[in-house]
Write a new protein. Sequence first.
Length: 121
Amino acid sequence: MKKRIEILLIMLCLLGLSGCNPNHDEPTPTGYPSGEVQRPQIMYNGVIYFYTADGFDHPLPDGYEQVGEVKEVDNRQEPAEDWCGSRVEVGQKIYVSNDTSTIYVEYETGYAEFAAVSESE
């Protein structure tokens, strides 16, 4: 009986220790892999614009005109050239207005707002 209790305790300890190892396969809060860009972003006119997380189905506001489209996507690093992005698709259309603080990107169901973020933020 004592032998069974010892074996049971050893098994419980091993089971408990296996739960202490970190699981690196767990998704990040965004669902994207760790070590990659987590937030959609596009560089236009030397400025990186970040998705405002306000939905992908907005109507295009008045005064915005298409100026181009996403040419290259790299989800491992932030864009370094105009028309490049992360967490977007090649070919998505980019719209701008005289207000350079925001741009809009076309999605299947509408448009998403991307905002310029200053260096201090």
